[in-house]
Design a protein around this ligand. Structure first.
Ligand code: AMP
Ligand code: GLY
Length: 416
């Protein structure tokens, strides 16, 4: 079977890498792709937001599966457009993707399904905002209702900053502050008329969202990640599957909009128990980099099973022993802006390293030079015997790569 992966980021490079190594896959196509995926896949030009164009490309290539990487095309219904021409597609429908596309919708589903999450108010006027800020008190959590690339959320003790952010959004969700460590738990979900919902959780991972060490500075898309979480409770996956993942997908099925694809539960392990911080409807970036580096069973049966309503026949994923760590290198100015065209050196020194690999995100090839072309430029991903070993290998890799203005956190997976 041939497969087509839609998207340009690190997540898509990690997916392409796993699929290229999958015995069930003959050829990998990627669109639009990046210089990293170009080494493993045939690249094609396409606008990922244009469902008709993506569906046409999938038909022309005669692929057996399309994998939509990012949230924006999913929310825009690109998976529906691909399925409409009869090509299996991994990724939820536009209706089900509202779990990520609207924070207010996600809250509504969670309330209906009794899923534990922060108490929240949806506000559309200044008075409602101020009343909600008064009610919850500091630290204030103010979220833009729509998609914002991981940057729509402000968590602050400063009332003025909270009010100003709310004022800059049309519709905001203001919610209770959740303390405790964050965990990303992903699940491959499928649905069929005959079998109902099937949920195959992956191993938990942790992401580092703030730009600076010690969780300082503004939120980013994610500056690094690792798996497994040796400190997490043993029953975490079972508990979250029972109290969060299943009730959510069952509620969507009950509404007549079943979820098939990857459900990403962003969780806080608070002093009062597990709470959902957010849902995403696609693989997380950069968590996917370490997760797929440790996945032992092939990826394609899970993706195809979810895409075709046969996930119940696919065994749950299995994992290699040890741990994996990804450290993101970002360009100058990120997350407010990004710097393009800075020459990146050193990635070639890792090409033959079996423990460390470079996942490309915001890179481009200009006149034969690898250059920066986005905020998060690349993720150095390493596998080791435990988190400390993988972490040391990832930072050795980072030390071999340089570009002007490079920023990376020094504390990814530290002390784990
Ligand atoms: P979100 O886009 O909803 O995942 O929010 C981005 C980040 O903001 C999360 O990963 C958390 O670090 C932080 N955050 C979001 N909601 C809350 C909350 N209710 N309490 C504390 N931190 C939060
Ligand atoms: N790593 C956070 C995200 O993918 O949204």
């Amino acid at each position: 079977m041939d497969v087509l992966v839609i998207g340009t980021g690190g997540r898509e490079h990690a997916l392409v890498r796993a699929l290229a190594a999958d015995p069930g896959i003959d050829a990998v196509h990627a669109a639009p792709g990046n210089p990293g995926t170009a080494e493993l896949a045939t690249l094609h030009e396409v606008d990922p937001m244009d469902g008709v164009a993506v569906a046409r490309l999938a038909s022309e290539l005669d692929v057996g599966l399309v994998v939509i990487g990012p949230e924006a095309p999913l929310v825009a219904g690109v998976a529906d457009a691909v399925r409409a021409v009869g090509v299996p597609c991994f990724g939820p429908s536009a209706e089900a993707a509202r779990l990520e596309g609207s924070k207010a919708f996600a809250k509504d589903v969670m309330t209906a399904a009794a899923v534990p999450t922060a108490e929240a108010r949806v506000c559309t006027s200044h008075d409602e905002v101020e009343a909600a800020l008064d009610a919850f008190g500091p630290p204030y959590v103010v979220k833009d209702d729509g998609l914002a690339g991981g940057k729509g959320v402000v968590v602050t003790d400063d009332r003025q900053v909270a009010s100003d952010h709310a004022r800059a959004c049309d519709r905001v969700v203001i919610e209770e502050y959740l303390d405790g460590p964050e965990v990303s738990l992903f699940a491959i979900c499928g649905w069929s008329e005959a079998d109902g919902t099937t949920v195959h959780p992956l191993q938990p991972a942790q992401d580092f969202k703030r730009i600076h060490d010690g969780d300082q500075g503004p939120n980013t898309g994610g500056m690094g990640a690792y798996t497994p979480l040796t400190w997490a409770p043993d029953d975490l996956v079972d508990e979250v599957t029972r109290t969060v993942l299943r009730p959510t997908v069952d509620e969507l099925a009950r509404r007549g909009t079943p979820f098939a694809g990857l459900l990403y539960a962003g969780l806080a392990l608070t002093s009062r128990g597990v709470r959902v911080v957010e849902f995403n409807v696609r693989f997380g970036d950069p968590e996917t980099q370490p997760l797929l580096a440790l996945l032992d069973s092939p990826l394609s049966p899970l993706l195809l099973g979810a895409a075709t309503g046969t996930l119940t026949d696919v065994p749950p994923p299995t994992w290699k022993p040890g741990a994996a760590v990804a450290v993101v290198m970002a360009s100058k100015g990120y997350p407010e802006t990004s710097s393009h065209g800075d020459v990146i050196v050193g990635t070639d020194t890792l090409t033959h390293d079996t423990a460390v690999h470079v996942i490309h995100a915001g890179t481009a090839l200009t006149d034969g030079h690898l250059v920066t072309a986005g905020g998060r430029v690349l993720a150095v991903t390493a596998v080791g015997t435990d988190v400390a070993d993988a972490r040391a290998k990832a930072y050795d890799g980072v030390a071999r790569i340089s570009f002007p203005g490079a920023q990376w956190r020094r504390d990814i997976a530290a002390g784990r």
